[in-house]
Ligand binder design. Structure first.
Ligand code: HEC
Length: 99
């Protein structure tokens, strides 16, 4: 009986960790209005085209935006300030994979 309880707990825990893995594609849906669905637009006519960037470059930019105080970057701070590092990683990985 104890073994069964243990097995059930392990299964429940692994299901939880799967559900908790952030989905970069889903997270990036709210970026599309400005950057385009495939990130090929100059957001608000101001940003660089992010499509084609490496995951590490995107990740570094998003991490910087989390704490920026530059007035022209505050729009991006609002977008990413509540993202965890894991969510930033997932979104950067997804965007860098867009063909
Ligand atoms: C309201 C419009 C808007 C939305 C929504 C938005 N962005 Fe941006 N984004 C901008 C603007 C404007 C800039 C340029 C800011 C600056 O001057 O650094 C920018 C810059 C960036 C950059 C760096 C590009 C550069 O020019 O250096 C990345 C990467 C980025 N955004 C990713 C995202 C991601 C990922 C999301 C969704 C979570 C998102 N953006 C949502 C407007 C937006």
């Amino acid at each position: 009986m104890k073994k069964l309880t243990l097995l059930v707990s392990i299964l429940a825990l692994s299901a939880l960790s799967l559900a908790a893995a952030p989905n970069g594609k889903a997270l990036s849906a709210k970026c599309a209005g400005c950057h385009g669905v495939d990130f090929s637009k100059h957001a608000l006519g101001r940003s660089d085209v992010v499509k084609g960037w490496s995951a590490s470059k995107i990740e570094a930019a998003l991490r910087d935006y989390k704490t920026t105080t530059e007035s022209d970057e505050l729009v991006m701070r609002t977008e990413v300030k509540n993202f965890s590092n894991a969510q930033i990683k997932a979104i950067a990985k997804y965007i860098s994979s867009i063909k």
